[in-house]
Design a protein around this ligand. Structure first.
Ligand SMILES: O=C(O)CCC(=O)C(=O)O
Ligand SMILES: [Fe+2]
Length: 365
């Protein structure tokens, strides 16, 4: 039976406040997306306006061999240009990646009341949040996405509070993927001419959060977005996507007609996607690019993705590294406390790379 909501408020209550999510809406038999999900035309994702990113994945196992420098160059080049790349032989077993995707489906396939126990305000821990859309109270059009976010504090906490459907695999993923993140951050910091000492690197990735994202099949993908345009605020994000596709990254330059250009990051079985966050852009004084990205939904299948966000700890002060500023002759960003940077990000609706304005000194970067 097709559902009817008397008002936009009752739909909002059902989806957001009562925790039914977009999944709950779809399960009611929605044949068209409700008004509240229809994006203004400039935010809609037209498949024809993009092409697949044709850069192959970087083989991280080669970091240990004679091709070390070549692989380092590939990583640095990707960080300086698109801000996105894919990696294989990353140290996370492929079976674990499969289990993660299964775990994400298991969690979101739970009845709504089982997920609603993780809604903000009732969740057993402030570090776990089940929600829908990025900032529903601030957005004119909602994202076609439900998610659960789990901030890591300790193994004990994770095993006690995270949902049974996913806690073991998520914890394992977090540990193994963090090793890879450490290696990549060490390379990127080192290439800025800065001695990458261990405590500095740990400070940059001390805060870790894993999300399970769920994008239900959508009757009108051309009118909606799964995730609106944004950059990630932290240092590096590792992302597992399934085989459905729909992740688009913006190319910095517009084309000759002054139009935005987007590349789709094609799903590669067994690969992980890495993207540069705002923190690395700030630290490198703009040399590394945090990438603006967004997600399109599919009309036939429900997509899952599992990002691991690595970020500085909340009290860490972030700003362009002294060695880089010395070389560049001026700083493009001021120093800010990471907590303040995050509060600004999460306190506003998504707006591409506008998040960086919070730390910007000179608007030319
Ligand atoms: O689902 C995806 O592919 C990307 C998700 C994302 O950008 C995010 O959660 O920050
Ligand atoms: Fe993202």
């Amino acid at each position: 039976m097709a559902p009817s909501f008397n008002s936009s408020d009752s739909l909002y209550d059902f989806v957001v406040r009562e925790g039914n999510g977009v999944k709950g809406l779809v399960d009611l038999g929605m044949l068209e997306v409700p008004e509240r999900y229809i994006q203004p035309s400039h935010e809609r994702i037209n498949k024809q306006d993009s092409k697949p990113c044709d850069v192959g994945p970087i083989d991280l196992s080669k970091l240990n061999g004679s091709e070390h420098e070549k692989v380092v160059d590939e990583i640095v080049r990707a960080a300086e240009t698109l801000g996105f790349f894919q990696v294989v032989n990353h140290g996370v077993p492929l079976e674990l990646l499969e289990s993660l995707k299964d775990a994400a489906h298991s969690f979101f396939n739970l009845p709504p009341e089982k997920k609603a126990v993780y809604l903000p305000g009732v969740s057993p821990s402030p570090k776990i949040k089940y929600a829908t859309s990025f900032a529903p109270e601030k957005e004119k059009a909602l994202e076609w996405k439900d998610y659960i976010a789990m901030v890591y504090s300790s193994d004990e906490d994770a095993l006690q509070y995270w949902p049974n459907q996913c806690k073991k695999v998520v914890l394992e993923y977090l540990k193994l993927a963090s090793k890879m993140v450490r290696d990549i951050v060490e390379i990127l910091i080192g290439k800025l001419g800065v001695e990458p000492d261990l405590s500095k690197i740990e400070g940059l990735i001390g805060l870790k959060k894993v999300n399970l994202n769920y994008y239900p099949a959508c009757p009108n993908p051309e009118l909606t977005v799964g995730a609106g345009r944004h950059s990630d605020v932290g240092t590096l994000t590792v992302l597992l996507q399934d085989g459905i596709g729909g992740l688009y990254v913006k190319v910095e330059e517009e084309n000759n007609a002054g139009k935005e250009q987007w590349l789709e990051i094609p799903p590669i079985n067994g690969a992980l996607v890495i993207n540069i966050g705002d923190t690395l852009q700030i630290l490198s004084n703009g040399k590394y690019k945090s990438a603006e990205h967004r997600v399109r939904t599919s009309s036939t299948q429900s997509r899952v993705s599992v990002p691991l966000f690595t970020m500085p700890t909340a009290t860490e002060r972030i700003g362009p590294l002294a060695e880089v500023v010395m070389k560049d002759g001026l700083a493009h960003y001021k120093e800010v406390m990471f907590q303040d940077y995050m509060n600004n990000f999460f306190g506003n609706a998504l707006a591409g790379k506008k998040s960086l304005d919070f730390a910007k000194i000179n608007s030319s970067v």
